[in-house]
Write a protein that binds this ligand. Structure first.
Ligand code: XBP
Ligand code: MG
Length: 258
């Protein structure tokens, strides 16, 4: 078996719970600013998460809820313009410190670095959003901790397509069997499995409870911090947090001993 060499993290919902109080209000601010009466409440946003990628999500909203808007001239440019403003608002929210890391993320990343594991990100969100989240919620040196930041439009098809994971693996120069991937959503699970990342941990997030995680090696509520009341897992090791030893055990379960 190939030894574990790298961890590949999703961002939204995995490193931080960014959707409800980050991306969603940023979209709404961009809509208001453009004089649109579109308002994405929490419930509607949950439905809109069926489509990944902000520009793709806006188009999906128009198709499903505002079909007359599809007649706008230069629709793609209009959507791209709204999305740029959304990104600006989202970055402001990140800089205000509104969005913390999820429990256990700092602990696990520090442990992985100390052990010499390589780190990567594979996400559908915009690259600037990743860098700014890492800087603001992690620390100024955090973007440099990740050897590969695979994000946004760098691939043509977003999750659940496997492209962004293929891209990250290519940039790492590693086979899938040398990696553990960490995701929070059903779309992410399908994308990772599509790239043959079978040593796959799911940390369920605000909007993803009840999604289809079939094929993931393990599903937990959170990486958790020792002493948290939140149990690490539904099925086994209740109360245990996910540390590097747990990820190595998961890797061995999937691929066998070294
Ligand atoms: C994240 C997303 C992203 C964000 C918005 O999915 O779906 O679209 O909601 O980001 P994942 P942008 O966690 O599976 O990568 O607006 O920057 O596209
Ligand atoms: Mg996610």
């Amino acid at each position: 078996m190939i030894p574990l060499q790298a961890l590949i993290f999703d961002v939204d919902g995995t490193l931080a719970d960014t959707e409800a109080d980050g991306h969603r209000p940023a979209f709404n601010l961009a809509f208001q600013e453009a004089g649109l009466d579109w308002e994405w409440d929490r419930a509607l946003y949950g439905e809109l998460l069926a489509v990944t990628g902000g520009k793709e999500r806006i188009r999906h909203y128009l198709e499903r809820w505002r079909p007359a808007e599809l007649e706008r001239p230069a629709l793609a440019d209009f959507i791209a313009g709204l999305h740029r403003r959304k990104t600006t608002h989202y970055l402001e929210l990140l800089r205000s410190g509104a969005i913390p890391l999820r429990p256990g993320v700092r602990r696990l990343l520090e442990e992985a670095r100390a052990a010499g594991l390589r780190l990567a990100v594979a996400t559908t969100t915009t690259p600037e959003n990743v860098i700014t989240l890492l800087e603001c919620a992690g620390g100024p040196e955090w973007p440099g901790w990740f050897e590969v930041i695979a994000a946004g439009d760098v691939v043509p098809a977003k999750k659940p397509a496997p492209d962004i994971f293929h891209y990250a693996l290519h940039r790492l120069g590693l086979p899938a069997a040398a990696c553990v991937a960490i995701e929070d959503s059903g779309h992410g699970v399908r994308a990772a499995l599509g790239a043959d990342l079978r040593a796959l941990l799911v940390t369920v997030s605000t909007y993803t409870g009840g999604e289809d995680f079939r094929g993931a090696a393990r599903v937990v509520e959170s990486l958790c911090e020792p002493g948290d009341s939140a149990a690490a897992t539904a099925e086994e090791g209740e109360g245990e947090c996910i540390d590097l030893a747990a990820l190595m055990a998961l890797h061995r379960e999937v691929y066998g001993p070294e």
